[in-house]
Design a protein around this ligand. Structure first.
Ligand SMILES: [Zn+2]
Ligand SMILES: [Zn+2]
Length: 284
């Protein structure tokens, strides 16, 4: 017996490698999820190619300033996003192509992405319409991009998570109790239940987290316990809160059960069987 660790320590500054390791493990444990895991790994690798060179958002990164913005609504505006258009075009096309290769996108949709990318004057308008469409009073998404929301969400992830990390480090979200993201106004698509039994919602776009009521539906705000149906995965690691009022549901990672922190790109794939169970019960 020696004190030597079995493996060298993981390199630092490569946050997504943990995600890729966990995704590979998931694939071994649940071969049914192979296709979804492979796609997610490919997307993470694409995003990583640009992630490290995304600059800071063009918003004043000052605690007093940011905290003062919060009562007016989500603080990260489209004009704050540090967008490099050639990177965005690359990511949009590569995301669409990866999704197509894994049967997650139709050929006609790939062509639509390509058309949007080819028109340099239109791309910013289309992207802004997608970004603002979730904001209260933000208008509709440009018709040319309708149905391509997932492609935009994945392609913009390096920019949005970079902005979120920079802003969250300086902002106190403890007084934000709304159901939408305090930064980008996105909807949550996952939650984490902490060891203190609090629930934090995780933004589907920028991955920001904020505390939210433990019971209420984050889509219609129904908080009548008798109108919330709960389901859990067999190992208890994941929970589903299904709203019988609006018929939507939110998934949660229960950190009291899991032996690792929540990793949205991993947990999103690991919960696909729960999505199927919810859809089968008529939720969406
Ligand atoms: Zn967000
Ligand atoms: Zn609801």
């Amino acid at each position: 017996m020696t004190d030597q660790p079995e493996k060298p320590p993981a390199p630092t500054g490569r946050a997504e490698s943990r995600e890729i390791i966990e995704l590979r493990r998931l694939k071994e444990e649940q071969p049914d999820l192979s296709a979804a895991v492979d796609l997610q790994i490919e997307l993470l690798q694409l995003q990583r190619r640009v992630q490290l060179r995304v600059p800071l958002p063009s918003i004043k990164l000052d605690t007093e300033y940011l905290n003062a913005q919060l009562p007016n609504g989500p603080i990260l505006r489209f004009e704050h996003l540090p967008i490099d258009w050639s990177d965005v075009r690359f990511l949009l096309r590569a995301t669409a192509s990866a999704m197509r290769n894994h049967d997650a996108l139709e050929a006609a949709e790939v062509r639509r992405v390509d058309e949007i990318c080819r028109d340099a004057s239109r791309l910013p308008l289309v992207l802004r319409s997608w970004y603002d469409s979730v904001r209260p009073g933000g208008g509709d998404i440009d018709p040319s991009a309708a149905g391509l929301e997932t492609v935009f969400q994945q392609a913009l992830r390096p920019v949005l998570t970079r902005c979120a990390d920079a802003i969250l480090a300086k902002t106190d979200l403890s007084r934000w109790h709304h159901h939408i993201c305090p930064l980008c106004a996105g909807e949550p698509d996952l939650a984490v239940i902490t060891r203190a039994a609090e629930r934090f919602l995780i933004c589907s776009r920028c991955a920001a987290r904020w505390r939210f009521d433990q019971i209420a539906c984050p889509f219609c705000l129904n908080d009548d316990r008798t109108k919330i149906t709960s389901l859990a995965s067999r190992d208890g690691r994941y929970r589903l809160s299904c709203c019988d009022s609006c018929r939507r549901y939110i998934k949660a990672f229960d950190a009291r059960v899991g032996s690792r922190p929540v990793l949205p790109p991993v947990d999103g794939v690991a919960t696909l069987p729960l999505d199927a169970a919810a859809i089968q019960r008529g939720y969406n």
